[in-house]
Write a protein that binds this ligand. Structure first.
Ligand code: FAD
Length: 292
């Protein structure tokens, strides 16, 4: 299997770059359902797919397995995520070599979060404190890695201010990141303001909006509380009316995401990254809606 193309080449084509995010399956049943979703998503030909990285050992093996499956069985360009949590420098260098040896050239480079209930991020002995350090490590190890990093239009929850967080983003880009993918947001004006602030700070790389089609009010309330994103009143009201009817909730979620993406594309966003929670339906419905 040849090495992947760097995603930065896709952005250089100046057309919308469309990507999908998966999480690693927990068991064989989930692996088989991911396989099914990946098969049906082939027809919308995403430019690349990414696979998140968990905090526990077995979950990490599943990221590697799911990434290999998506690459080998479907020929997707796969961007595995990698975090600093629980790894020493030496381990991270080993993982970098394995990924490079496996033909992966694109990595979403993160600090990561501690497992829930463990009291926040802790630096591992001989490990790294910030994603910018991981960018530096990976680029030093393999200069041909193309690295994405996370951006937070509504500020990372731990950052003392948006300005401080933007300084951090600049550090990640200066260390060698080629593009930024944002945390989810539901109000495009938040993204436009963020991009403007990034440009004023001299961050010139593509800033890809992260969009999540809502699948449940309860779930999205939990996510937004965790990551600090604002849930607009209009969206909440619609979802409250839909209540427990999951089909109606899904329609509302797709409609909202469709409106967001149309606006983003009309205003020059470099593409969009969909947080699809391993479900093909919303991505397929969005692709159909955007084709018209
Ligand atoms: C697109 C995307 C994908 C994600 N995928 C995953 C995943 O697969 N697995 C996972 O566990 N999590 C994932 N996350 C969540 C992410 O790991 C958390 O948000 C985490 O808390 C921060 O990671 P980071 O890479 O942004 O960290 P960093 O960029 O290191 O920032 C962490 C905090 O430290 C601050 N900071 C950074 N540098 C400095 C400095 N030098 N001095 C002072 N403060 C500093 C920042 O402002 C921020 O508050 C993802 C998030 C996004 C947006």
């Amino acid at each position: 299997m040849p090495a992947d193309r760097p995603i930065s080449e896709l952005f250089a084509q100046h057309r919308p770059v469309r990507s999908l995010e998966f999480f690693p399956p927990k068991d064989e049943a989930q692996m088989s359902s991911l396989h099914g979703a990946a098969a049906s998503l082939r027809r919308i030909a995403p430019d690349f797919v990414s696979v998140t990285y968990g905090a526990g050992g077995t979950e990490r093996e599943r990221t590697a397995r799911a990434s290999a499956m998506l690459k080998h069985d479907f020929g997707y360009t796969v961007m595995p995520h990698l975090t600093c949590v629980g790894h020493s420098r030496a381990e991270l260098e080993c993982i970098a070599d394995d990924l490079h040896g496996g033909g992966f050239r694109n990595i979403m480079t993160l600090r990561g979060d501690a497992p829930l209930g463990t009291g926040g991020f802790q630096v591992t002995p001989n490990g790294l404190r910030y994603a910018s350090e991981l960018v530096e490590l990976l680029k030093t190890r393999h200069a041909d890695f193309c690295l994405g990093v996370a951006g937070y239009p509504e500020k990372h929850p731990e950052a003392r201010s948006l300005e401080a967080d933007l300084e951090n983003l600049k550090r990640k880009v200066d260390a060698g990141a080629s593009f930024v993918t944002t945390q989810l947001f539901f109000d495009n004006s938040v993204y436009y303001r963020y991009v403007e602030k990034c440009r004023l700070r001299g961050i010139t790389v593509p800033i890809v909006p992260g969009i999540m089609p809502v699948l449940s009010l309860k779930q999205i309330k939990r996510f937004t509380e965790m990551c600090g994103a604002t849930l607009p009143k209009e969206l909440t009201t619609r979802l409250e009316v839909a209540a427990e009817d999951t089909d109606v909730v899904e329609i509302i979620g797709i409609d909202w995401a469709l409106t967001q993406i149309r606006g983003l594309m009309a205003n020059g966003a470099p593409g969009y990254h969909l947080y699809i929670m391993n479900r093909a339906r919303s991505a397929l419905a969005l692709a159909a809606g955007l084709a018209a």
